[in-house]
Design a protein around this ligand. Structure first.
Ligand code: NAD
Length: 323
């Protein structure tokens, strides 16, 4: 039986870092969001208040199809994937299987629009994926675009760069250690000893890797803008989701020192396998989405990450003290 309240947007992985920002942005834009998440790396408390959470594998066709039917789902956003560049093959394959099952359930459930959260790793340094994670993302993109091709259907692929920072009102943020910005914030707050720079001999201005750090609220706004574009009849879109500005590891560390007013202990380590010297978005396509621009620069990324990390540490201490 269909529920009243208008069509919903189904968000897989909405209890995770990026997904919780996407769910927030959907609600703020007036959509009814429903989250499906197996909580393998996400947490129920990350799902915004008032948004339904169905705990299930996004690749479980039966469960997702039933949810689509029950909640009158008209569009879907697929983020559920706990894999990454450094992850073992089994985890990458699990993410790919979840994606295939989710897209198939959407097709069977007659969902007409899909926004797929992909990664810069899908095009590597411009000549195709350089690691297994990127290859699996590229395969997922191609499958989703093929399934959602044709009249009345549409698929938007957003290739996210390095998402970092937290919701400025601290309603969402990263919940598990990840990435340079968070590591540096934890070090600045005395929650870890220091930060390691992986490779100082890259062919870049200061020898460290250059990345495009994009704020999760900007990424979430891009997802909503892409969904709107599909609703207005756009057939499809494949776009880099980033600011178009690159910052080296040393520039990020300097920003954390400047914003936190603390000196960091910095170590140098070897290059990590699968890394590339430079990954910066080509933002021309995403800037064509009406109303979208990257509103947060590096200092906003760092200041929100610092505030969030500090709030989490206080919360952890309060819980530890039984408060
Ligand atoms: N964080 C980044 O910098 C970044 C960059 C590029 C792309 N992405 C992509 O964004 C998406 C979200 O990443 P994130 O950083 O928020 O990770 P995350 O681990 O915080 O979130 C992933 C969420 O998906 C859920 N999940 C994983 N497998 C699932 C499954 N089979 N069924 C249901 N739920 C499942 C997890 O519980 C979690 O809540 C991923 O597709 C990721 O590849 C992230």
């Amino acid at each position: 039986m269909r529920e009243p309240g208008g069509p919903a947007v189904l968000v897989s992985g909405g209890a995770g870092y990026v997904g919780s920002h996407v769910a927030l942005a959907l609600v703020e834009a007036g959509y009814r969001a429903v989250v499906v998440d197996d909580l393998s790396s996400g947490q129920g408390e990350a799902v915004p208040a008032g948004v339904e959470l169905a705990v299930a594998d996004a690749g479980d066709r039966g469960a997702v199809e039933a949810l689509i039917e029950r909640r009158s789902v008209a569009a879907a956003i697929h983020l559920a994937d706990a894999s990454g560049v450094d992850e073992p093959a089994a985890r990458i394959l699990r993410g790919a299987a979840a994606g295939a099952g989710f897209v198939e359930a959407c097709r069977a459930g007659k969902v007409r629009r899909l926004v797929l959260t992909s990664s810069a790793a899908a095009h590597g340094a411009g000549a195709g994926p350089v690691n297994a994670y990127g290859a699996s993302k590229l395969a997922a993109e191609e499958a989703a675009r093929a399934v959602f091709a044709g009249p009345g259907r549409g698929c938007a692929v957003l290739r996210c760069f390095n998402v970092a920072g937290a919701d400025p009102e601290l309603r969402a943020g990263p919940r598990r250690g990840r990435g340079l910005v968070q590591a540096a914030c934890e070090a600045a707050l005395g929650l870890r000893e220091g930060v390691t720079v992986f490779g100082a001999d890259w062919d870049t201005s200061d020898g460290t890797c250059v990345r495009d750090y994009v704020h999760p609220s900007d990424v979430a706004a891009a997802h909503v803008a892409a969904l709107r574009a599909l609703e207005l009849g756009a057939a499809g879109l494949v776009a880099d989701c980033g600011t178009g500005r690159g910052h080296s590891v040393r520039e990020v560390l300097a920003a954390v020192e400047r914003v936190s007013r603390r000196a960091l202990v910095v170590r140098e380590g070897p290059r990590r396998p699968g890394d590339v010297a430079r990954a910066v978005a080509k933002p021309e396509r995403i800037r064509r989405l009406p109303g979208w621009r990257a509103r947060h620069g590096l200092d906003a990324v760092v200041s929100t990450a610092l505030a969030w990390t500090e709030a989490l540490a206080w919360e952890g201490a309060r819980r530890g003290a039984g408060g």
